[in-house]
Design a protein around this ligand. Structure first.
Ligand code: SF4
Ligand code: SF4
Length: 163
């Protein structure tokens, strides 16, 4: 029989504090997504329209448990999109003008993936801008790591289904 001791007031308080800490990290991540996005968008606007092998397949647009954890810490849910898609079909969030989701709502892999032409385009930009971008990006990765490694993740309900 599982142990189900009564929750003490201090446990409840601890839980609240952990949830607040988690939320704070999640907001920091969202800000970091917003900080890196314009530079990435500048370059996807250059390289993606010429691309013959668009990487936005539906399987890439599906959030994994870490993406869900971040969204729920933020109090946000994934938008539903069109569920009846094969894994290799165009992503449900892809439109004629690119991704319909704000960057922070996309799975992390969508921001973490740089194909060779995109990477080259980024690197060929102004060196100062590129360095600043790399710093913001490292910050994003590091805060996200903190969120995922936080003890507070146990407070997040991961059982809720996507869609
Ligand atoms: S990121 Fe690269 S692979 Fe993906 S659509 Fe743009 S150019 Fe193509
Ligand atoms: S960037 Fe947007 S459209 Fe592309 S795979 Fe990710 S969610 Fe889908």
């Amino acid at each position: 029989m599982p142990l189900q001791g009564k929750m003490k007031p201090e446990d409840k308080e601890d839980g609240k504090n952990r949830s607040a800490a988690l939320k704070e990290l999640a907001y920091e991540i969202r800000d970091a997504f917003d900080a890196v996005s314009p530079f990435i968008e500048k370059h996807t606007a250059i390289v993606c329209p010429k691309c013959r092998q668009v990487c936005c397949r539906d399987k890439h647009g599906r959030p994994d448990k870490d993406d869900l954890l971040f969204l729920r810490a933020l109090g946000a849910e994934m938008p539903a999109g069109v569920p009846e898609r094969g894994e290799s079909d165009p992503c449900r969030f892809l439109t004629d003008t690119g991704c319909s989701l704000q960057r922070w709502r996309r799975p992390f892999r969508c921001t973490f993936f740089f194909c060779d032409p995109l990477l080259k385009s980024l690197e060929d930009d102004n060196a100062k801008l590129y360095r600043a971008f790399v710093q913001y990006f490292q910050h994003l990765v590091s805060v996200r790591r903190r969120l995922l490694g936080s003890q507070a993740v146990t407070d997040v309900d991961l059982a809720r289904p996507y869609l």
